[in-house]
Design a protein around this ligand. Structure first.
Ligand code: GSH
Length: 207
């Protein structure tokens, strides 16, 4: 049995990624939610996570920290579930997009923090944020164009890369970001995914 320790669903963008993967691919787990932004947060996280950060996955054989590392570990542990597509090129593009998300888009992260259940009045984004938005829209559109014959997700079938961008979908919605048509269509599909809606329900119940 897996134990996934995550942060407050309203705010913990990193936690949404492995949670989405485990729910969407039917990997059963026990969940612990640690309230972020409190005096006791760090101490609580450190009870489970040697990195002092969530998410962390505790399995029968190891403790894995970092959202992307957790997703990759699960992809290796459940090859039959195809968390990455079989196609070599699709996997390479999915990993490239995930890496860019994991290490980039700082302006978007800082100026549009995830607040899952909120919808703010739309305001014009800064140049730095707009350039992040443009790059993400281009990545989404290129992936959708290339893999549309295989299905409606970024690499055709649902995969880890959709989970990696799930928090961005929420940010775009919360901040009323204008997107080109293809990106808007993908964002709407992802927002409507039952696992996103389940996370939303959980976030709505938080104080
Ligand atoms: N690169 C890490 C980043 C994780 C991260 O920054 N987590 C935040 C919460 S979303 C955290 O644990 N912060 C520590 C704290 O709030 O004390 C990952 O992908 O898992």
């Amino acid at each position: 049995m897996y134990h996934l320790v995550i942060g407050t669903k309203k705010y913990s963008s990193w936690s949404l990624r492995p949670w989405f993967v485990m729910k969407a691919f039917d990997i059963p787990f026990e969940e612990t939610v640690i309230a972020l932004r409190r005096d006791e947060t760090k101490a609580e996280i450190c009870r489970y996570s040697p990195s002092g950060q969530v998410p962390v996955l505790i399995s029968d054989e190891a403790t894995i920290t970092d959202s992307l590392a957790i997703c990759e570990y699960l992809a290796d542990r459940f090859p039959q579930k195809q968390l990455w597509p079989e196609d070599r090129l699709a996997r390479a593009i999915g990993r490239m997009m995930s890496a860019e998300m994991h290490s980039g888009f700082q302006a978007l992260r800082q100026e549009m923090p995830m607040d899952f259940t909120k919808e703010f009045a739309a305001a014009p984004p800064s140049d730095a944020v707009q350039s992040n938005i443009d790059r993400i829209s281009a990545l989404w559109s290129e992936a959708r164009n290339r893999f549309q014959a295989q299905g409606p997700w970024l690499l055709g079938r649902l995969s880890i890369v959709d989970a990696m961008y799930a928090p961005v979908v929420s940010r775009f919605r919360s901040y009323g970001v204008d997107l080109p048509e293809a990106a808007q269509e993908y964002a709407a599909r992802m927002w409507a995914h039952p696992v996103m809606q389940e996370w939303y329900q959980g976030a709505s119940l938080e104080e």
